[in-house]
Design a binder for this molecule. Structure first.
Ligand SMILES: [Zn+2]
Length: 267
């Protein structure tokens, strides 16, 4: 059986399992913890909020990136954090003793760059090895980067900037975002936001790929995810799967054929 037929058989098994409702409990997704050892680990709360708003968990100055063995990509824009401008003043205390005091007289902007806009040596929170099918993301022209979990998403795919950002090393989450990218290529465009159909397509693809490429599949997680979006679109879970199953097949073909093509090029 070739890979695409194997994929269809796996997909059917998953949909049948969903229909039966006899699903193992969802396992917690192991996320990348906050990084204390990086410069922004020591920043003020307000600077960390500025960093968060710029959609990164690791921003550093030009020299700091240089020291980490990474280069800032061409065209990358800096974001600015605030550093206190201070002055030392002499005062006399109650006992007529002269004391030195540091007072903050204002703030100045410090340019820093997002880890996502750099390349070079691996970052401390990068995975030891890239996930399976990373070659497909590369073939699609996508960058894949990792950041610490910030409690709002495990990963996302952004079509305009051609990137996948992940807050976990679990391959199933990468597969979900890769599926969005492949679906985007097939459909020509995706609707913004988390549309139920698109999410169900991505998660069914992810569960199928995980059952082919990973030793462990978090089938409970996929089930909860698909169930939540089925309810949002006011469909039963098997109905919701049925209406997208052909598209899931196309998305799987797109990913597996691209992978095959890369393998042949290498061979
Ligand atoms: Zn999604």
């Amino acid at each position: 059986m070739n890979d695409t037929n194997k994929a269809k058989a796996c997909l059917q098994k998953i949909v049948d399992l969903f229909k039966s409702g006899n699903i193992p409990k969802a396992l917690a997704v192991a996320t990348i913890p906050p990084q204390k050892g990086i410069p922004s680990g020591k920043w003020s709360i307000s600077n960390r909020i500025l960093q968060f708003l710029s959609d990164t968990s690791d921003a550093r100055g030009f020299r700091q990136w240089e020291q980490a063995g990474r280069n800032i990509k061409k065209g990358a824009k800096a974001l600015y954090i605030l550093g206190p401008r201070s002055r030392i003043v002499k005062e006399t205390d109650g006992n007529d003793q002269e004391i030195e005091k540091t007072i903050v007289t204002g703030f100045y902007a410090i340019p820093v760059f997002r880890a996502e806009d750099t390349d070079g040596k691996p970052l401390p929170y990068d995975p030891v090895s890239p996930p399976p099918l990373a070659d497909v993301a590369e073939q699609f022209g996508l960058s894949v980067s990792y950041q610490a979990f910030a409690s709002n998403y495990y990963g996302y795919y952004h079509g305009d900037s051609k990137r996948i950002v992940l807050a976990t090393h679990e391959a199933q989450v990468f597969f979900h975002e890769l599926a969005h990218a492949a679906h985007h290529k097939i459909a020509g465009s995706l609707k913004g936001g988390q549309m139920p159909d698109q999410e169900i397509i991505a998660e069914l693809t992810a569960a199928t790929l995980a059952s082919m490429y990973c030793s462990e599949v978090n089938i409970g997680f996929s089930y909860e995810y698909v169930k939540a979006y089925s309810e949002k679109s006011k469909k039963s879970i098997d109905r919701a799967c049925l209406v997208v199953i052909n598209t899931v097949g196309q998305v799987l073909d797109k990913i597996l054929n691209t992978h095959l093509l890369v393998k042949e090029e290498v061979a």
